[in-house]
Design a protein around this ligand. Structure first.
Ligand code: FES
Ligand SMILES: [Fe+2]
Length: 334
């Protein structure tokens, strides 16, 4: 008589979701500093809603909820920057970049609530490395960690930073998990050998180190919105700074910034650096199919999240990554 084995239930299509996560909190790049001039207003999609961004006369950047606390007009459609404030098109109430109502042109007295508190929701902002950053937290908690230090982005001896943008149809956690998915570097990206790696989580920072034969990859994640990765081949290192922005729970605007130590055209260092750079964006000669744009995106845009994956002994530290990442989901969202 044959023995009946107890089998484990493996989830399939309808039981799996693509992006079963809320928006994680952290610092995020929302735009390039040079693209927002004094007096400019723009509407952006981020953190599952629309925001209005503006630059006041004093250079400060405001990232505000679009809807005026007075009667709800959209500040980013017909609003104007007046001095340091954004002015609503409907009745000309003005708000500063911290959300305080600064002027009501026809009121004899400011309403009490406007005297006591900022009435327009704004996000904390910072500008660094030529990028505009906003701190997002669903419960509006203040920043709990700092922006990363990336000296290469400010060093004179490095080439001007090259930027690229890609729209990816999945959530940040799924994209970030690539960092610890060491075997995919061979099977998806064509690394000549099976890469070996290690990873360690330390508070809000997650560090990983991958030996992929001719290249070593050393990375640091500083929360969900900033990842510093250094690809070293020989004595040349290319910096890749990745700043994904969650536009919604299943749509990410991936911005990547690259630089390396300047060296004359034709020198070995320059040639290697250009190759590593081209390789990482999938544009190296004969390697059109190796870069993340060509290959990772097909996976990301179509995969589903497996909460209970079947892992083998050659897989990277997926569980460690997921445990690290969980800290950025607000308890109230869980
Ligand atoms: S609705 Fe904005 S000023 Fe009235
Ligand atoms: Fe990848």
């Amino acid at each position: 008589m044959s023995k009946t084995m107890k089998t484990e239930h493996i989830q399939t299509s309808g039981e799996l979701e693509r992006c079963p996560f809320p928006i994680p909190f952290g610092w995020y790049v929302i735009d390039y500093s040079e693209s927002l001039e004094v007096g400019e207003i723009r509407n952006i999609q981020a953190f599952d809603q629309e925001w209005v961004i503006f630059r006041g006369g004093d250079g400060s950047v405001g990232v505000t909820d679009p809807f005026c606390p007075h009667l709800g007009a959209h500040l980013g459609l017909g609003g104007e920057v007046v001095g340091n404030n954004i002015r609503c098109p409907f009745h000309h109430w003005e708000y500063d970049s911290e959300g305080w109502c600064k002027n009501i042109p026809y009121a004899k007295r400011m309403p009490k609530v406007c005297q006591d508190q900022a009435v327009l929701r704004v996000l904390p902002t910072s500008e660094r490395y030529g990028l505009i950053w906003a701190w997002y937290h669903p419960e509006r908690e203040a920043p709990s960690f700092d922006l990363p230090e990336v000296p290469e982005l400010e060093a004179e001896v490095y080439i001007p930073v090259r930027h690229g943008e890609w729209q990816i149809g999945t959530c940040l956690q799924e994209i970030g998990e690539n960092s610890v998915d060491f075997p995919h570097l061979k099977f998806l990206h064509g690394a000549p050998e099976m890469p070996l790696g290690s990873a360690v989580a330390d508070g809000h920072v997650f560090k990983f180190d991958i030996d992929a034969g001719s290249t070593t990859i050393v990375g640091e994640c500083h929360g969900p919105g900033a990842q510093v990765v250094r690809h070293t081949a020989g004595d040349t290192t290319v910096l890749m700074f990745s700043t994904p922005l969650p536009q919604s729970t299943d749509m990410t605007l991936s911005r990547m910034h690259f630089t390396f130590r300047d060296a004359a055209e034709g020198t070995a260092g320059r040639t290697t650096a250009e190759h590593v750079y081209q390789h990482s964006i999938g544009a190296a000669d004969g390697e059109e199919s190796a870069g993340f744009e060509a290959v990772d995106m097909v996976i990301w845009n179509n995969k589903k999240y497996r909460p209970k994956p079947i892992l083998c002994d050659g897989d990277g530290p997926i569980a460690k990554w997921r445990k690290y990442y969980r800290q950025f989901y607000s308890q109230d969202d869980a």
